[in-house]
Write a protein that binds this ligand. Structure first.
Ligand code: IDP
Ligand code: MG
Length: 168
């Protein structure tokens, strides 16, 4: 198995329960390399793009409320890219099954997840499930300059008269 990259998101319940440190130490057991990390405010547009494959599911409205922080009053998530041998499978194994009640008790989702009364699986972290998904998600959440490795081909663009925020 070649080296590969994967996207991890600590979801709003993870931040609300102060589980980021715990999740990071569990991830460090894998010996994978962390190559990008940031705290992100998730809007509906990003949520829709991230979960585009689930739009027809009955739980979809609750799912977008969850990832945009409307359930936990916490619209921050932590997005991370990990890189290394078999990264996708290793991180999925640490995360555990999607349904926290079916997840191994020692997995992150098994230990800290729960099912909400709405039926939504509140399961602490997202982890890419295959390499095509990982590439799409990493490109959605991170710009080339925010990742320390050149994972995917990129181009340079000169944007004229663009407005951006700079420190005063
Ligand atoms: P994954 O996160 O394990 O890859 P996906 O099928 O991609 O699972 O679903 C994305 C998220 O949607 C899950 O992590 C979970 O929060 C929620 N979810 C998925 N399936 C269900 C379900 O059957 N009932 C309630 N929530 C679900
Ligand atoms: Mg998934």
């Amino acid at each position: 198995m070649a080296k590969e990259s994967t996207l991890i998101i600590v979801k709003p319940d993870g931040l609300k329960k102060s589980l980021t440190g715990n999740v990071l130490s569990r991830l460090s057991e894998t010996k994978l390399k962390i190559i990008a990390a940031k705290v992100v405010k998730v809007d509906k547009e990003l949520a829709d793009k991230h979960y585009q494959h689930l739009k027809s599911e009955t739980f979809y409205p609750e799912l977008t409320k969850y990832i945009t922080g409307q359930i936990h009053g916490e619209n921050r998530v932590m997005a991370l890219v990990y890189w290394g041998e078999d990264a996708i499978k290793k991180v999925r194994a640490l995360a555990g099954a999607t349904n926290p009640e079916e997840a191994e008790p020692v997995s992150i989702r098994g230990a800290y997840g729960r099912i909400l009364t709405s039926g939504l699986f509140e399961n602490v972290i997202h982890a890419s499930s295959n390499s095509a998904e990982a590439e799409r998600e990493i490109k959605l959440w991170f710009k080339p300059d925010e990742i320390v490795y050149e994972l995917f081909p990129f181009k340079e663009e000169t944007v004229k008269d663009a407005t951006r925020r700079v420190w005063i």
